[in-house]
Design a protein around this ligand. Structure first.
Ligand SMILES: [Zn+2]
Length: 396
């Protein structure tokens, strides 16, 4: 038996537990941390001293006393470093700078029309450079960069296919790591959205949830038993490409009749071009304009939103039957149109889903929208930083 090895390991695990306890539940006194973790106070004090030296924890204020000396309270240092997260939509790129508490310090959102690989990568770099300039001084500086893409990403960060961007077998991980001298994590944007809502949003309390990213395409992120489910190679959750009509339209993924061809923002915009308002005016529809028209009572537009809501409901009934989740969270761009899609969606669920599936199910709209994916990416970066600094082990 390697005593030293074991001792080091136990210390590392305990330090992780202490940091996690303070991070998730602070402000706490040393005595409370010791009590909650079942560790002795001398051990906790020594680990807290190390964490204070590492500038990950700081002392603040005075806590409630039970009669004796008032204890000093401990807090996680959200300002120890910063993350940059870039969510690459198909018609936008959204970059945010966050602290370790998930607070957005600065953001940059640009619309994109040309999704060719070189153009998008150069836009991503511009956004990162802008956000780095905005970053305040801190002990650890930039901890890493997370990038979310609407496509299938393998465990090494290679993008195998992003149909709506027109990309296959590309990766910019090493290129960006070299240029910005920090870790770069590339993830499917719906996985990131699911994780963001689970960590900091409306999914906080659900152990099993499905996040639907309804933008130009549809992506899904699966949280099963509190963990992001990626499948054996990282390809799980491509439910936007489940086939709902084998005789349907051709999809950019190569198949026919995929769900996202009936219920995405892309479909909404495509169908809107045939409405009399846009034909008469020769105008190009946008989601924002359609919502404004619906608000003014334009019945054609309201009916179109209903149609999209109905098809969203059809896909969701399939998902409910597969996963029996606690929560389904509708996020990304189309969540903005909640007012117009919620009722037709619920009507479909009432007609097509067996009652017992719905007993404990909540269908909700993302609370962090449009930042669900960005904040999930920030979370990945923060966890990776803490893990690589031997502070926090892999949660799995
Ligand atoms: Zn498809």
């Amino acid at each position: 038996m390697r005593q030293t090895g074991n001792h080091q390991l136990v210390k590392k695990i305990n330090k992780t537990l202490v940091l996690n306890m303070i991070k998730e539940n602070g402000p706490l006194s040393r005595a409370t941390v010791a009590h909650k973790l079942g560790l002795n106070r001398a051990t906790v004090s020594s680990l807290v001293s190390e964490l204070i030296d590492e500038k990950l924890v700081y002392e603040s204020g005075i806590g409630e006393s039970n009669g004796g000396r008032r204890p000093v309270m401990l807090l996680f240092n959200n300002l120890a470093g910063y993350t940059i997260a870039v969510d690459v939509g198909v018609n936008y790129i959204l970059g945010v700078l966050t602290n370790l508490g998930g607070k957005i310090i600065q953001e940059k959102n640009i619309p994109i029309k040309d999704t060719s690989y070189q153009i998008v990568v150069s836009q991503i770099k511009n956004i990162i450079r802008f956000l780095i300039k905005e970053m305040p001084d801190s002990p650890y500086g930039l901890l890493g960069i997370g990038i979310g893409v609407p496509g299938v990403v393998d465990t090494e960060g290679k993008i195998l296919i992003a149909p709506n961007l027109g990309w296959r077998n590309v990766t910019f991980k090493k290129e960006l790591e070299k240029e910005f001298n920090t870790e770069v994590i590339i993830e499917n944007e719906a996985n990131a959205g699911a994780y963001g809502e689970k960590k900091w949003g409306i999914g906080h309390k659900a152990s099993d949830l499905i996040y639907l990213s309804i933008g130009i395409g549809i992506g899904t992120g699966l949280i099963i038993k509190n963990e992001l489910y990626r499948g054996i190679n990282g390809y799980a959750g491509e439910l936007g490409h489940m086939i709902i009509d084998i005789n349907g339209h051709k999809c950019r993924c190569g198949n026919y009749g995929c769900w996202e061809l009936y219920a995405s923002e892309n479909t909404l915009l495509k169908e809107a071009r045939d409405l009399s308002y846009f034909k008469n005016k020769h105008a190009e529809p946008t989601l924002e304009l359609l919502m404004a028209l619906a608000e003014q009572g334009n019945e054609e537009v309201i009916a179109l939103f209903s149609e999209i809501g109905k098809y969203l409901g059809i896909g969701i009934t399939n998902i409910i039957k597969c996963f029996n989740p606690k929560q389904i969270i509708i996020g990304n761009r189309l969540a903005l149109a909640k007012k117009w899609i919620q009722k037709p969606l619920s009507d479909v669920l009432s007609s097509y889903t067996l009652k017992f599936y719905k007993n404990d199910l909540n269908i909700e709209f993302a609370s962090l929208s449009p930042y669900s994916a960005s904040l999930g990416l920030s979370s990945f970066v923060i966890e990776s930083f803490l893990k690589n600094n031997s502070v926090m082990p892999n949660p799995s």
